[in-house]
Design a protein around this ligand. Structure first.
Ligand code: NDP
Ligand code: GUE
Ligand code: MG
Length: 295
């Protein structure tokens, strides 16, 4: 039986720390750290994440400001909103939910967010800082994965980590953090000829692919620690015959669990950690902005 790495428990620990830091911030400055979440369009999955983010923010003593814009929002309108949030002293963190509708330029919007308020860590300034080891606002999902890995394994030095996926929001920053923690890192992606053969060499396997249960036991080195970032909604025939919607990861949990040393479930794994790290980043941004303002 593998250790089940419980994202609900670990994220609650992170959020406890955030709540006491937020209370201290309120004490010092007379305002709550503020997080602005921008959602364009009505993607139902995005709405669930946004709702969860707002709930955790409120529970942690943050002020959360929600902006819902219609699907047909123009680039100019979105840019104007980001400019207003950049200038608003009550806003310390800005998150624009991705993906944006196809007619909007994601890269341009990310670059328009003030790097000091970029709590996703997606702005080129923060990406560069991470890559040279001077990071401050670290992307939330990889940050959450590192907290889980260090809690279950301790020091990661010398371990071989394999990351499946190379997106800007998960795979690449994950690889950067593992390298900084002194792992040897292999990144596999859709053009890798035999990804299983490489994955099987990983003491650590991080799956961030977006393909339901793609990673089976034949991808796993016995005794490896497996972090499943994937969030996939699938439809299955339920016990009474009707179709049910179900959340599954990129890892086939039932198949991999007997082979692994430790593994994260979906749901209840990386997802709650992402949200907790978003709150943590909002505190980091708020403290730094307040210090910069010289109060
Ligand atoms: N738990 C959480 O908090 C979060 C979960 N997610 C989830 O994580 C998953 C990944 O998200 P994201 O990184 O944005 O996804 P992307 O679609 O942006 O990237 C997927 C990556 O997987 C690679 N890939 C696709 N198919 C294969 C394959 N057959 N073998 C090897 N590699 C493959 C792609 O390669 P290539 O580059 O060559 O196309 C790409 O690099 C999704 O399920 C998403 O919902 C995302 C963010 C946060
Ligand atoms: N700018 C931006 N930043 C993001 O961080 C970002 C984004 N855009 N777009 C979408 C992805 C996905 N993502 C998730 C966060 C939490 C859960 C989460 O909490 N999941 C729960 C279950 C969710 C539920 O069904 O209630 C769990 O896994 O246990 C999932 C997915 C953040 N993302
Ligand atoms: Mg993507």
């Amino acid at each position: 039986m593998a250790i089940r790495i419980d994202g609900k428990v670990i994220s609650a620990q992170v959020l406890d720390g955030v709540a006491s830091d937020a209370a201290a911030f309120l004490d010092s400055y007379g305002i709550k750290p503020g997080l602005a979440v921008v959602l364009v369009g009505e993607d139902p999955a995005s709405q669930v994440y946004v709702r969860n983010k707002i709930a955790r923010a409120t529970e942690s003593g943050l002020n959360s400001i929600e902006h819902r814009l219609p699907m047909d929002t123009t680039q100019d309108t979105l840019n104007q909103l980001v400019a207003d949030l950049n200038a608003d002293p009550a806003v310390h963190g800005i998150l624009v939910q991705l993906p944006l509708p196809a007619h909007l330029d994601e890269e341009q919007i990310i670059a328009a967010i003030s790097p000091e308020k970029d709590v996703d860590g997606f702005h080129p300034v923060n990406v560069g800082a991470l890559s040279v080891g001077k990071e401050s606002l670290v992307p939330c999902t990889p940050q959450g994965c590192m907290i889980m890995l260090e809690q279950v394994l301790g020091d990661l030095s010398g371990k071989h980590a394999v990351v499946v996926g190379r997106s800007n929001i998960v795979g690449k920053p994950m690889a950067a953090l593992l390298l900084q923690a002194n792992c040897s890192v292999t990144i596999v992606h859709s053009r890798t000829p035999n990804p299983q053969a490489l994955a099987q060499q990983g003491d650590i396997l991080v799956a961030a692919v977006g393909r339901p249960e793609m990673i089976g036991a034949d991808w796993i080195k016995p005794g490896a620690t497996v972090i499943d970032v994937g969030i996939n909604v699938i439809e299955r025939v339920g016990p009474s015959g009707g179709t049910q919607r179900k959340l599954v990861g990129d890892v086939d949990y039932a198949a991999v669990e007997p082979v692994a040393y430790a593994i994260t479930p979906v749901p209840g794994g990386v997802g709650p950690m992402t949200i907790a790290c978003l709150m943590k980043n909002t505190l980091v941004a708020a403290r730094r902005l307040q210090q910069m303002s010289g109060v």
